[in-house]
Ligand binder design. Structure first.
Ligand code: AMP
Ligand code: MG
Length: 370
């Protein structure tokens, strides 16, 4: 299949470009498009054979459900029943935006879209291209991240092209996305609302509206030092390791992973940089090529290895924005291993560390003082 790559204005999308892309969606074909979180791979959510094409193009396991994107709050009623009061409160506060809600689905939503579940994940994105595509196609659009399954999510059209060229009808290139991490997922199909995936809409923000929300991990307190994140990480590992069907089926798969195995090094900053330096030196002596993922504050302390900073440790939005790009850049370097510093887990730091842990397949080493 020839994939059409078309640039589009991310603020005022050209209607002729949208209309061509909408034509593919209406026809049951796949279109990748920018959202405020990451690029999505879209198909008509209510047509089983269209959803099946998404799984085939991504190589995604068929029990890993898709998020259905809508462009007006009332569309909740088209696909979910009941629509609880909490869903409306959250929608009014955070939509359009990076929040996905899990509700009980209506029969019109095919099991192919929900990975066989009776619930459906729903999001109203704020990106003008995503909104216009949904509106002009007249469809609700199922769209997981537009990457090959297991790879880091795409934050620009180039990433999508590399993973999916020849497998989908069209890519809309609206430049780099703003946020860079996938949406927060909150489950409202259960008695007590629960966060299934952390994101930019933080637990604190959800609690302001809902009163309580289950997090699955004990939430790091404001001002918590990075080394205390070890406990949160261990707890999260426990959730992922659970053998029972996980609540967010995506939790059980390796995700966001660069090609070279990555290990996180945890502890106070000097112990972390010292440990990464020591391991890098040892392994490079044996002829290996080592990547180091660090922050602006520590970049100068490494003299060997392929060193990449993902931004200042004090700017979590910057780290979120750069994470997947840097993970993909490492893939260009033909590395044998990557060692990464860890980051504060407060606020959106929880989402950042959640993705980094998955990218690292939960390999964590304690930083040790020399
Ligand atoms: P992606 O869009 O690639 O980030 O993947 C969508 C994520 O939403 C996956 O991790 C799914 O496990 C999760 N998800 C989608 N639908 C449901 C659902 N009905 N229940 C729980 N998790 C869901
Ligand atoms: Mg994904």
């Amino acid at each position: 299949m020839k994939t059409i790559l078309e640039t589009i204005d991310p603020v005022n999308p050209e209607s002729n470009v949208i209309s061509r892309a909408a034509g593919f969606i209406k026809n049951g074909d796949l279109v990748a498009f920018p959202t405020e979180t990451v690029y999505g791979l879209g198909a008509d959510a209510l047509r089983p054979e269209a959803s099946e094409k998404i799984y085939a193009a991504k190589g995604r396991p068929s029990d890993n459900p898709l998020i259905v994107h809508i462009a007006q709050i009332e569309d909740l009623y088209r696909i979910a029943d009941p629509v609880p009061e909490e869903a409306l409160l959250l929608a009014k506060r955070f939509w359009p935006g990076p929040l996905t809600m899990i509700l009980h689905k209506k029969d019109c939503v095919p099991k192919q879209t929900t990975g066989g579940l009776d619930t459906v994940a729903i999001r109203f994105p704020s990106h003008p291209v995503a909104r216009e595509l949904i509106r002009q196609s007249g469809c609700l659009i199922a769209a997981p991240s537009a990457n090959t399954s297991g790879r880091p999510s795409p934050t620009c059209a180039e990433h999508v092209y590399r993973d999916l060229n020849g497998r989908i009808a069209m890519i809309l290139d609206g430049g780099e996305v703003g946020l860079g991490l996938e949406s927060t997922i909150v489950d409202l199909s259960v008695d007590r609302p629960a966060i299934l995936r952390p994101g930019f809409i933080t637990a604190e923000m959800l609690m302001e509206v809902l009163g309580v929300v289950e997090t699955g991990v004990s939430l790091p307190k404001a001002g918590q030092k990075p080394q205390d994140a070890a406990e949160a990480c261990r707890q999260e590992q426990d959730i992922d390791a659970m053998d029972q069907a996980p609540k967010a089926p995506g939790m059980k798969y390796t995700h966001y992973a660069p090609k070279a195995p990555m290990t996180l090094v945890q502890g106070d900053p000097e112990a972390v940089t010292g440990t990464i330096r020591r391991i890098t030196a040892e392994r490079m002596k044996k002829g290996e090529r080592i990547g180091i993922l660090c922050s602006d504050e520590t970049a100068d302390s490494y003299t060997e290895g392929v060193v990449k900073s993902i931004g200042s440790r004090y700017a979590d939005d910057e780290i979120a924005h750069n994470l997947y790009r840097v993970l993909r850049e490492f893939d260009e370097e033909d590395l044998t291993a990557i060692y990464s510093e860890t980051f504060d887990t407060t606020g959106i730091g929880w989402a950042i560390m959640n993705r980094m842990l998955k990218a690292a397949g939960h390999r964590i080493l304690p930083g040790e003082k020399e």
